[in-house]
Design a protein around this ligand. Structure first.
Ligand code: DCP
Ligand code: MG
Length: 353
């Protein structure tokens, strides 16, 4: 039986690293990319120099500046990050067509074919890191394992500038001492519930029975147990097999002005259109995601008579949906746009290319 070989690659301090790449004065300095410290801005990305002061992503910018007063703050430049992301994903695809991007800066690569030919995984990982560095100037951390879940945990564990290969058969030993929160899908609430039961590490979790897990977490329980044991059979799905493409933004301060919302919407539609164009797909369903000031989150969808991929058409549909939800006094915290329900037409052109 063939053992799958899966890479999880994730750029180190992505936005902050791109800023340092474009402005050498920022190299080796604590860099924070995000909203302004005066507003309600948060840190989107921070260099490892800034992290040594305790700064973390999603932290309010004002708090980050208290921890690291000499940090350099710069606003995000999404187009530039998308451009770099495109370059890196193309590089990944030159190694295998089986690339599943998870976000702008991370992807799974199925390199089972190299494993079958006996190429050592450390060699593949090292050469991937070197190529990314040489061709883009950026640094990735790489985890290699027999499954997506273990590969992802491995790349997180070896950051920054890391390479970690978990050999087949060693999955459980690798996971066992790690805290439960390292598992993909275990958020603060699940972590707290597990802690209440005395379960702190993945090893603690792996020892429980399916019945125990089902009783506490329902259907998800046995799935969590399997992941804690390093068992994960999900395949790497290339993006054109993805079900949707989307982009979203959290505002620095909640928006209620319809014109301001329309402007943000237009930028999101452009980002989604870029991704659709890159993959050569069209979709018939446009969805908007809205989060109110009180964190209530909901989506609204519209199915169109014909598939679309251009920013203007996506925007017309998205704007129609959003306009029905805006009213005086209603403030929005987050806005997202997605296109799904991809058509045969787009898929066909993909196959042809
Ligand atoms: N991002 C964001 N807000 C967050 C987390 C991430 O806007 N709360 C953006 C900025 C990041 C990018 O996504 O640069 C990638 O996210 P990562 O979690 O991979 O974070 P980094 O790449 O910045 O750091 P690292 O991967 O080295 O931990
Ligand atoms: Mg990253």
């Amino acid at each position: 039986m063939t053992i799958p070989c899966i890479i999880h690659a994730d750029l180190d301090a992505f936005y902050a690293s791109v800023e340092a790449l474009d402005n050498p004065l920022l190299k080796g300095k604590p860099v924070l990319v995000g909203g302004s410290p005066e507003g309600r801005g948060v840190v989107a990305s921070c260099s490892y120099e800034a992290r040594s002061f305790g700064v973390r992503a999603a932290m309010p910018m004002a708090q980050a500046m208290r921890l690291c007063p000499h940090a350099i703050v710069t606003p995000p430049r999404f187009h530039r990050y998308e451009e770099m992301s495109g370059k890196i994903m193309a590089l990944f695809r030159s190694i295998t067509p089986l690339v599943e991007p998870i976000s702008l800066d991370e992807a799974f690569l199925d390199i089972t074919h190299l494993g079958e030919r006996g190429v050592p995984m450390t060699v593949v990982g090292r050469s991937l890191k070197e190529r990314v560095k040489a061709e883009t100037g950026l640094v990735i951390s790489v985890g290699v394992a027999s499954s997506k879940s273990v590969a992802k945990i491995a790349s997180d564990a070896c950051k920054p500038d890391g390479l970690l290969v978990v050999e087949p058969g060693q999955e459980r030993a690798f996971l066992s001492p790690l805290p439960v929160k390292d598992l993909w899908g275990v958020g603060p609430r699940t972590e707290e519930r597990l802690r209440a039961e005395g379960i702190l590490t993945l090893g603690d979790l792996a020892r429980q029975s399916d019945a125990w897990a089902r009783q506490r977490f329902g259907k998800r329980g046995p799935e969590l147990l399997a992941l804690s044991r390093g068992e994960d059979h999900r395949p790497v799905l290339p993006e054109h097999e993805a079900k949707s493409m989307s982009a979203e933004v959290t505002f620095e301060s909640d928006l209620s002005d319809p014109e301001a919302i329309a402007f943000q919407l237009s930028k999101l539609c452009l980002r989604v259109a870029l991704r659709l164009a890159r993959e050569g797909v069209k979709g018939r369903t446009v969805t908007v995601k809205l989060r109110l000031a009180d964190f209530t989150t909901f989506t609204r969808s519209l199915s169109l008579p014909a598939p679309v991929s251009d920013a203007a058409a996506i925007q017309r549909a998205a704007q129609h949906l959003v306009s029905k939800e805006t009213r005086p006094g209603r403030r929005f915290r987050l806005l997202g746009v997605g296109v799904s329900n991809f058509t045969g037409e787009g898929q066909l052109s993909l196959l042809e290319s």
